[in-house]
Design a protein around this ligand. Structure first.
Ligand SMILES: C[S@@+](CC[C@H](N)C(=O)[O-])C[C@H]1O[C@@H](n2cnc3c(N)ncnc32)[C@H](O)[C@@H]1O
Length: 257
């Protein structure tokens, strides 16, 4: 079967599921059963055993990371966008990510950096890194099996990491660990570089900001992104009552000279 092992979203009127098509098997929902062999191409519309209509298609990045099974808490997509811009990341950047975690940010970085850029991703937990690399492969192989990228996973505690051991000049350091300031215990930045951190709590923000200042970083910014979705249904067009308020703060700065 051509679509065997494809990653798909199965969407009904009010619910989305992330699944992998398996030849000869079925997907069971509250609204009936869908036989994977009934899906002939992507995107596709099928009726379940109870007559409910479902649309089957390839997930976007956002759908994939929000629906996937994961280990450590991921960075919410709205914050990923900000981290990329505030981190001044381009398709030929060399980036050091501190805290691979579930690989949600790593995946988006690789989608931007492709084969021109380079990503080093550090984590002290090899299980997280193993799972993250599977997640990355799962998504990338879904949209392009030949997509090339340069990723080196570094399995280390941040306090044991020495930037001088990296061959290339790093353009951006991007962090999602509770104590990113540990980087400065044994490392000194001497070349131009952008720093961007994702931190849930203001006490962490204060500590990091002081350390960035001590290390002569300029243009230090602290911000929070608030995102409000709207309901679009029949002739109703209004903000939703509930919203994701706080996720994390984004702290950025630039070492210039
Ligand atoms: C919240 S997760 C990162 C999630 C990731 N940004 C994502 O979007 O999927 C934090 C990760 O940092 C790692 N970590 C925490 N403190 C660390 C340290 N001091 N040195 C190295 N890794 C650390 C943890 O093992 C965990 O995998």
């Amino acid at each position: 079967m051509k679509l065997d092992n494809s990653l798909v979203v199965i969407k009904s009127n009010n619910k989305k599921y992330l699944t992998v098509i398996k030849d000869g098997e079925s997907f069971i929902t509250h609204n009936g059963k869908i036989s994977y062999n009934d899906i002939k191409s992507l995107p596709y519309t099928v009726k379940s055993s109870t007559g409910e209509e479902f649309i089957i298609y390839t997930p976007s990045y956002k759908e994939f990371v929000l629906l996937m099974r994961r280990g450590p808490q991921i960075i919410y997509p709205k914050d990923v966008g900000s981290l990329i811009v505030d981190g001044n990341i381009r398709n030929n950047s060399t980036v050091l990510e501190i805290g691979t975690g579930s690989g949600a940010l790593t995946l988006f970085l690789l989608l931007i950096l492709g084969k021109k850029g380079m990503l080093y991703s550090l984590d002290s937990d090899s299980k997280h890194q193993y799972r993250a690399s599977k997640t990355i492969y799962r998504y990338i192989s879904t949209f392009n099996k030949d997509y090339e990228y340069n990723l080196e996973l570094i399995h280390k505690e941040l306090i044991d990491f020495r930037i001088i051991n990296i061959d290339k000049d790093i353009d951006t350091i991007i962090t999602d660990v509770p104590e990113p300031w540990q980087f400065f215990y044994e490392n000194k930045i001497e070349k131009e570089l952008t720093w961007v951190s994702y931190l849930p709590s203001i006490s962490q923000v204060e500590k990091l900001t002081n350390i960035l200042k001590e290390n002569k970083f300029e243009n230090i910014e602290i911000k929070e992104n608030l995102e409000r979705y709207w309901i679009i249904k029949d002739n109703i067009l209004r903000p939703k009552n509930e919203m994701v308020g706080h996720t994390g703060f984004i702290v950025s700065g630039r070492f210039i000279v």
